[in-house]
Design a protein around this ligand. Structure first.
Ligand SMILES: Cc1cc2nc3c(=O)[nH]c(=O)nc-3n(C[C@H](O)[C@H](O)[C@H](O)COP(=O)(O)O)c2cc1C
Length: 216
């Protein structure tokens, strides 16, 4: 099938877009307001976009509390959402009133961060302490501003639970991170594979081409 997003005439009961852009890592974003209120919510329009300096971003559909608080105090923390924490993560996505501490509501423990004020989720195996760089309010293809706000932050501190470091490497599969797919679906990383990036000279010509040469 093919459909245009202008009419969105895919004919399916639900929009498949997020099932295609999948799996998406989940930034479990904690922030603190100018008045000191703690907020925690999951964002799967989240990713790392630079290694040096390390930069992450999350996108809010509507100006939600996480954006409001990140703009008030210019800091946020991304805790890693894992299989063991899936129910708690989901609970923190409920539409609590601004000012309600979702960490408490979900029975999680707040651990102090080292370099920023928002706490991390103590139960999460990793957390990225971030200073806000900018918020970009998106525009559509017609140039109209849309109510979608991407918050970029530079990672200034990294917490890792040492139990997940094995042979000098962070064991991603052992942490069982969860990721968002389409609909109500999630993926869990329990297995990884390695592939070394080649030099141009190491890249073999496509099979058909190689076969063609032999034949000629
Ligand atoms: C796994 C998951 C991922 C989500 N990703 C996003 C997202 O990327 N952007 C967004 O605006 N809302 C997202 N949501 C919904 C927010 O978590 C929800 O609206 C939450 O109440 C926002 O909290 P806040 O107002 O405290 O920031 C997601 C929910 C779940 C369960």
């Amino acid at each position: 099938m093919f459909y245009t997003t202008k009419s969105n005439d895919h004919g399916l009961p639900h929009d498949p877009f997020k099932a295609i852009v999948a799996p998406r890592p989940i930034g479990w974003i904690s922030t603190i307001s100018a008045r000191g209120e703690v907020n925690l919510a999951p964002y799967s329009f989240f990713n790392g976009v630079s290694t040096r300096p390390p930069i992450v971003c999350f996108s809010s559909e509507g100006r939600k509390d996480s954006v409001a608080f990140a703009e008030e105090t210019d800091e946020f923390v991304c805790s890693l959402a894992t299989w063991d924490l899936r129910d708690a993560m989901n609970m923190t996505s409920a539409p609590f009133a601004r000012g309600v501490d979702e960490m408490n509501e979900a029975g999680l423990t707040a651990a102090p961060s080292r370099l920023v004020k928002p706490p991390r989720v103590a139960q999460a195996p990793c957390a990225l302490e971030c200073k806000r760089l900018q918020t970009v309010t998106l525009r559509d293809v017609d140039g109209h501003e849309v109510d979608r706000h991407v918050v970029f932050g530079q990672v200034v501190g990294v917490y890792i639970d040492d139990r997940f470091i094995r042979n000098g490497l962070l064991d991603t599969a052992a942490m069982k991170p969860i990721a968002r797919c389409g609909y109500h679906e999630y993926a869990v990383v329990e297995e990884v594979f390695s592939m070394v990036r080649p030099e141009v000279a190491d890249v073999a010509p496509p099979r058909a081409l190689a076969g063609g040469r032999r034949g000629g």
